[in-house]
Design a protein around this ligand. Structure first.
Ligand code: NDP
Length: 282
C-alpha cells in the first residue's frame, strides 16, 4: 500500500511552528498584518478567503478584509493597493484571483509592493526565485517541497516530472525541484508521448487542471505522486488531476484530494506573512 502523504497533518505542524514564532514576535512588540482583497463574490474565492482568514486567526496574524463589489473599476483597486503598500502597519497584501474581466490581473500583481507580495507572483519575486535570491516563494509549489521533505521523500538526484507549466504552479515548481537538486522535466499540452515522460518520474507533480487525467499507466511503480488539481464533482465531492483509486496501488506515495496539497498552500501563505518581516527589514 502506498504511503499517504498527509497534507493536513504537515500543514498543522507548520502552522503550530508559526504560531510559536508569532507569539515570540508579539512578545518583542512586532505584530504581523495581512490585507486580503476579494473583488466580487465568486463562491470558490469566498471559501479560499475564509480559510485564509481562519488560518491567520489560528497563527496569530491580524487580517484586514476588503470585500469590493464585482463592478469595481481597476483604478479603484489599484488605488487601494497603493494605499496598503504605503501603510507601515500592513506586511502582506493578497488579492484573491481570479479577478473580474474589467481588471487586468497582471497589472494588479505588478502594483503590489514586492516586499508585501506574500503570494510570490510579482516579477521581482519570480526573478529572485530563478536566481536563488531572498524573496517570497509561491505558496503551492513551496508547500509541495515542504510536504516532500517532511514526509521523508528525497528529491536530490531523482527524476522529477512536473505536468503543467502555469506561472503559479508548474513553472515555479520546476525551479524549486531544481533548487533541491532534482533532475527536472516539465511536460505540457504539446508534450509528445506524455506517458513515456511521466513514467520516468520518481517524483511526479501533476498540475494540469483535468479531473482524474493521470491513471496508473502514466506512473512508474513506486513513484511519489503529488496531485495539485482540485475539482468539484457532480456529487459535490472533490477530486484531483490524478485518479487516486487507480494510481494508489502502484505508486509508493501519494497525496489525497482533499487533504494533500490544498492545506499546504495556506500554511505557506502564513509562512510568507511571517517571512515578510525579514524582507521588510532589509
Ligand atoms: P493552468 O490551467 O493554468 O495550467 C494547466 C497546465 O497543464 C498548462 O501548462 C497546460 O499546458 C497543461 N496541460 C493541460 N492539458 C494537458 C494535457 N492533456 N497534457 C499535458 N499537459 C496539459 O492550471 P494551474 O496550474 O493554475 O492549476 C492546475 C490545477 O491545480 C487546477 O486544477 C487548479 O485548480 C489546481 N490548483 C490547486 C491549488 C491548491 O492549492 N491545491 C493551487 C493552484 C491551482 P499548456 O501550457 O501547453 O497549455
Amino acid at each position: 500500500m502506498a504511503q499517504k502523504i498527509d497534507g493536513k497533518a504537515v500543514s498543522a505542524q507548520i502552522k503550530d511552528e508559526l504560531k510559536e514564532k508569532v507569539r515570540e514576535l508579539k512578545a518583542a512588540g512586532k505584530e504581523i498584518t495581512l490585507a486580503v482583497i476579494q473583488v466580487g463574490e465568486d463562491p470558490a474565492s469566498t471559501v479560499y478567503v475564509n480559510n485564509k482568514k481562519k488560518a491567520c486567526e489560528y497563527v496569530g496574524i491580524r487580517s484586514l478584509a476588503y470585500e469590493l463589489p464585482e463592478d469595481t473599476p481597476e483604478a479603484e483597486l489599484l488605488a487601494l493597493i497603493e494605499e496598503l503598500n504605503a501603510r507601515k502597519d500592513v506586511n502582506g497584501i493578497l488579492v484573491q484571483l481570479p479577478l473580474p474581466p474589467q481588471i487586468d490581473e497582471n497589472k494588479v500583481i505588478k502594483s503590489i509592493s514586492p516586499v508585501k507580495d506574500v503570494d510570490g507572483f510579482h516579477p521581482w519575486n519570480v526573478g529572485a526565485l530563478c536566481i536563488g535570491e531572498p524573496g517570497f516563494l509561491p505558496c503551492t509549489p513551496a508547500g509541495i517541497i515542504q510536504l516532500l521533505k517532511r514526509s521523508g521523500i528525497a528529491i536530490e538526484g531523482r527524476e522529477c516530472v512536473v505536468v503543467g507549466r502555469s506561472n503559479i504552479v508548474g513553472k515555479p515548481m520546476s525551479i524549486l525541484l531544481l533548487r533541491e537538486n532534482g533532475t527536472v522535466t516539465v511536460a505540457h499540452s504539446r508534450t509528445k508521448d506524455l506517458k513515456a515522460v511521466t513514467k520516468r518520474a520518481d517524483i511526479l507533480v501533476v498540475a494540469v487542471g483535468k479531473p482524474r487525467m493521470i491513471t496508473r499507466d502514466y506512473v512508474k511503480e513506486g513513484a511519489a505522486v503529488i496531485d495539485v488539481g482540485v475539482h468539484r464533482m457532480e456529487n459535490n465531492k472533490l477530486c484531483g488531476d490524478v485518479d487516486y483509486e487507480d494510481v494508489e496501488p502502484v505508486c509508493g506515495a501519494i497525496t489525497p484530494v482533499p487533504g494533500g496539497v490544498g492545506p499546504m498552500t495556506i500554511a505557506m501563505l502564513m509562512h510568507n506573512c511571517v517571512e515578510s518581516l525579514h524582507l521588510q527589514e532589509n
